[in-house]
Design a protein around this ligand. Structure first.
Ligand code: ZN
Length: 162
C-alpha cells in the first residue's frame, strides 16, 4: 500500500481547533487541501504525524507551538508611525501585510492595532505560541510531478495556481 513519504502529494480534509475547541480553519465544505510532503508546505508537527499514513486514515494530531507556528517573540511587536504606511491602506486589525526583511526579502507582518497616530505591527504569526489540534482525513495520495518538485509545492487538480 502506498504511504505518505517525501515527494508525494497528499490530499486531505482537515479541521484545526485551538485549546478551547474553537474551529480556526477547516476544509470541510471546501475542496480538500493538497500539499507536497517533505517540502515544509504545512507545519512541521503535522507533516511528521502524516508520514507513513495511507489513504482512508483519520487522525487527531496535537501540535505544540514549537512544531507549529513557533513560539511568540515579543520583540516581534513593533510600533510605526501611521504615515509610514501607504495612505490608501485599510488599517484593519488582523490584516496581513508584507514588510521588507533585513536581506530584502518579503516577510509577513500582521496589523495588531491602531493607536492614535501609531500602528502596532506583529511579526509573529497569529497562531504563534498556540497549541494546534488537527483532525485530518487522508483522501488522496500520488507521486508529485517533476514540475511540482521543482516548485516545492503541489499544483492541484485544476492546474497551476500561483
Ligand atoms: Zn508552482
Amino acid at each position: 500500500m502506498q504511504t505518505v513519504s517525501d515527494n508525494k502529494v497528499v490530499t486531505m480534509h482537515y479541521t484545526l481547533r485551538d485549546d478551547a475547541g474553537e474551529t480556526i480553519d477547516s476544509s470541510q465544505g471546501h475542496e480538500p487541501l493538497e500539499y507536497l510532503h517533505g517540502a515544509g508546505n504545512i507545519v512541521p508537527g503535522l507533516e511528521k504525524a502524516l508520514a507513513g499514513r495511507a489513504v482512508g486514515d483519520k487522525l487527531t494530531v496535537r501540535v505544540e507551538a514549537a512544531e507549529g507556528y513557533g513560539e511568540r517573540d515579543e520583540r516581534g511587536v513593533q510600533r510605526v508611525a501611521r504615515k509610514q504606511l501607504p495612505p490608501d491602506m485599510p488599517l484593519k486589525p488582523g490584516i496581513q501585510l508584507g514588510a521588507r526583511g533585513p536581506d530584502g526579502q518579503m516577510v509577513p507582518v500582521w496589523l495588531k492595532a491602531v493607536e492614535g497616530d501609531q500602528v502596532v505591527l506583529d511579526f509573529n504569526h497569529p497562531l504563534a505560541g498556540a497549541t494546534l489540534h488537527f483532525e485530518v482525513e487522508l483522501v488522496g495520495l500520488r507521486e508529485a510531478t517533476l514540475e511540482e518538485l521543482s516548485h516545492g509545492h503541489a499544483h492541484g487538480a485544476h492546474g497551476h495556481h500561483h
